[in-house]
Structure formats: C-alpha cells, structure tokens
Design a protein around this ligand. Structure first.
Ligand code: GDP
Ligand code: IMO
Ligand code: MG
Length: 423
C-alpha cells in the first residue's frame, strides 16, 4: 500500500485542511509530517468551523486514526487548546489520536527567542507567526532539543531547565526588549504538558509501517506550502521544515518507495502572509477585492494575507519538486465576480523571458508577464458536478492544467466539505 500526500503548492493557506478532511473518508490513517502551530487548517462541516494547528485534519472522521509525526514540533499549550476545542465539539479524539515519541517540543523560551530574533531583524523580519518554530527546529538540528518521548523520563525537569537556561543566555545577544511573561507562560506550559501525557505516545515509524504492512490506507498531511520550504522556498523568508514531498519520508519514517499519489493544493489565485518575495502580488483594488471575497486573513494570526494572481512558473516549480500527480484548485468561487482574470505565464528578468525561478528571487527584479482571461461572472454556489461549471470557469481550469502540465483532478468551490467537484 502506498502513502498518499496532500501539501500546499504556494505560500500556505491553500485549503489543505479542507481537502484532507474531505479525502480522509477514504483513508484509515491521517498523519501530519512537519510544521507546528504556525499552521492553521480550517475545516467547515455544516455550519461549524474548526481551526486545527497541530492535530491532523482527519480527526473529524469517525474511523480515522490520526498521527502527529516525528517531523512535527509541538507546543503543549496550543495542543491543549485544540483538544478543548474538540471536546467542545464533542469529537471523541482519545482513541483516534497518536503522537510520535520523536516529535520535538516547543518550549516557552523558543517563543521568546523567536520574538527576540524577529525584533532584532527590523525591516528584514521574516514575518514569523512567533510560535517558536525556527528556534525549535534549530535545537533539533543542533542536537539540543527535547522530544515527546522525553516527557515521561525521570530527568525531564532537569533537562528542561538546562535548555531553558541556555536559551536565556542566547537571548542576551539580541539586545532587544521583548514583552513576555516567562513565568506565566512556563506555568501554563508545564500544566498543559501534564494533560498531554495522558495521550497515546507511539513509535511513529513502527506505527505507520505496521499500518502500511497491514494494508491500511495512509494520507500524509503537510503544513505551510512549498514556497515556504526551508530548502526550496524563498529563503530566508521561509519556515524551518521541509514542506515538500521529501519531508513525508523523514517526517514520518517511511521509505520514498512508499509514496503514492501526491495531491498539490493551489488556490485559483495566490496569497502569502508574512514578508518575502511574491512576484504576482497586487497592491491595488483588485488585490483588495480578492482579500475581501476570499476572506484572506490568517487562520493562526489573523493577519491580512497579501493577494495576487496565480503564478504558473511558481506552480511548475513546486509540481516538479514534489512530483505532484494531482492538482486540486481551491477557492475558484472567489473569482466569481471578476470580469477579468489574469494568470502569470512567464517572468521577465532583465529583458529575458523565462518560466524558471531564479536563485535570487528576492532581488531578481522579476516582472510577471500576464495573460488575460474573461471571467464567468456568475455564482458557482449551486454547481454540484464538474460539468455544471460555466464553460468559462472550466475553461480557466483547462488553461491552468495545460500551462502547468499536471492533471487537475478536483476543484473546490466553497469552504464546506461538500463543495468539491471531481473532474
Ligand atoms: P490551509 O492552511 O491550507 O488548511 O488553509 P486555511 O484554512 O489557512 O485557509 C483556507 C481558507 O479558505 C479557510 O478559511 C477555508 O475555510 C477556506 N476555503 C477552503 N476552500 C475554499 C473554497 O473552495 N472556497 C472558499 N471560498 N473558501 C475556501
Ligand atoms: P498553513 O499550514 C501561511 C509563514 C509565516 C512567515 C513564515 C515563517 O496554515 O498553510 P514561522 O512561524 O514558520 O517562523 O513563519 O512562514 N507561515 C505560513 N504562512 N500558512 C502557514 O501554514 C504558515 N506557517 C508559516 O507567515 O512568513
Ligand atoms: Mg492555514
């Protein structure tokens, strides 16, 4: 049995949560492979809206087991809030939720370091969600980190204090004042950790490989987007994990030969939250209209998302890196009221036309070359099958498929579970 993958092809917030929740029905396991509470995955079931940060988006499905993989970084405080949200919604998660021993812990001082690092960068700040992601992955690769499996060992408290002291020493180098109630945050953190201990901890790599060998169907859920990948994104304006398909293998402990379908999720336009290059960004009324209709405000931080037209060179690049087999276009309905739709086919860089992303995307002086398409100017609200789409809407999907060169197999036309069309 293969492990299928869902990941974002742009700069995050493509609608991964919705698609994972929708497809989870066909799987036995849903496993998050990287990232942490910097993610915000929104799921709308009937009139209820849920936002998950660390817990996999398969948790609303009765017969689905959810694994938080070793590649994920966990903040016990956020995790507990998510659990409380599930309690309120009467979702019985206890038997459905498992955490890999090797997942790393975000300490309160990781968040403090994140805030100090950002404050010290001034104009060059990353626009981090300030959830402690960078410092936690730094401790992981620096071989200092604490893991979920460590929580139940006798020397956990002393290791925690040792790492905290190290962080407080590191903090001095930043020479900035950060408003952070360390004592209060630490108290909440330690209390939340006690609750976390009551959950199911497993050796994730055995757990998932046993499931695969038993013929179980597995779906891997990515966070962020490929343009935020630590290696292939718009560095340094990226997150600190491998958000691409390769991240599935080391974030869960499966062999590359086990990867099956790769669903790449992309909006019918493009957004980015935080700093960094965004070649097709719009600074005008059109971008404002996208933000308003698409309700483009961050699910984790509430920040307004930057908006722009879809970028074909960027999508070709992320389809290549990820080996995407199926694209899912989301938020097609957001373009319902646009008389003209544009898509960027090429970049002009110093008078040269190219469909390749330059190394120095931050300074390359990219001018996008756009093609124009006449919008469908009608609501997709009542459309329930793909062939009911107005011809101009399906025509736009055809153009995207042709330009990117990868099959588009589904189109999403609203936040609700049922608003999905199979092509
Ligand atoms: P994720 O991080 O990739 O899971 O995406 P987010 O949840 O951060 O952001 C996507 C937003 O778009 C959420 O508010 C979703 O409810 C919403 N959404 C998802 N698919 C669609 C769609 O097809 N149409 C519309 N209008 N909204 C959608
Ligand atoms: P989901 O899974 C969109 C962005 C931040 C910032 C950069 C680094 O919901 O798609 P970090 O907190 O990792 O230090 O932030 O990455 N970012 C996201 N943008 N969606 C996300 O997750 C993101 N997670 C991080 O805004 O620019
Ligand atoms: Mg999101």
């Amino acid at each position: 049995m293969a492990v299928d993958v869902i990941l974002g092809l742009q700069w995050g917030d493509e609608g991964k949560g919705k698609i994972v929740d929708y497809l989870a029905e066909n799987y036995d396991l849903v496993c998050r492979f990287q990232g942490g509470p910097n993610a915000g995955h929104t799921i709308k079931i009937q009139d209820n809206k849920y936002v998950l940060h660390t817990i996999p988006s398969g948790v609303f499905r009765e017969n689905v087991i959810n694994l938080v993989g070793n590649g994920v970084v966990i903040d016990p405080v956020t995790f507990l809030k998510e659990l409380k949200g599930l309690d309120q919604a009467q979702i019985p998660y206890r038997d459905r939720l498992f955490i890999a021993h090797k997942a790393h812990l975000i300490l309160p001082t990781h968040r403090l370091l994140d805030a100090a690092s950002e404050a010290s960068k001034g104009k060059e700040k990353i626009g981090s969600t300030l959830k402690g992601i960078g410092p936690t992955y730094m401790d992981k690769t620096g071989r200092n980190g604490l893991r979920i499996g460590d929580v139940i060992t006798d020397d956990f408290q002393s290791r925690y204090h040792k790492l905290k002291e190290k962080h407080l020493n590191l903090l001095k180098q930043f020479q900035v004042d950060v408003d952070f109630d360390l004592e209060g945050e630490e108290k909440k953190w330690l209390e939340s950790l006690e609750v976390l201990k009551s959950l199911n901890f497993v050796d994730g790599e055995y757990f998932i490989n046993d499931a695969i060998n038993d013929g179980k169907r597995v779906l891997a859920e990515g966070a962020q987007g490929s343009m935020l990948d630590i290696d292939f994104g718009t560095y340094p304006y990226v997150t600190s994990s491998n958000t691409v398909t390769a991240g599935v293998c080391n974030g869960l402990g499966i062999a590359p030969s086990k990867v099956g379908k790769v669903y790449g999720i992309a909006k019918a336009y493009c957004t980015r939250v935080g700093s960094g290059p965004f070649p097709t960004e719009l600074h005008d009324d059109v971008g404002e209209k996208m933000r308003r209709i698409g309700m483009e405000f961050g699910a984790t931080t509430g920040r307004p998302r930057r908006c722009g037209w879809i970028d074909i060179p960027q999508l070709k690049y992320t389809c290549m890196i990820n080996g995407v087999t199926d694209i899912v276009i989301t938020k097609l309905d957001v373009l319902d009221e646009f008389e003209e739709i544009r898509y960027c086919e090429n970049y002009d860089i110093n008078g040269q036309s190219t469909d390749r992303l330059p190394f120095d995307i931050n300074h390359a002086g990219i001018s996008p070359t756009y093609s124009s398409y006449e919008g469908w100017n009608s609501s997709l609200d009542d459309v329930v099958t793909y062939d009911q789409l107005p011809s101009k809407a399906s025509g736009y999907v055809d153009i995207l498929q042709e330009a990117i060169g990868v099959k588009i197999s589904m189109v999403s036309t609203g936040p609700e579970r049922r608003k999905i069309l199979h092509k």
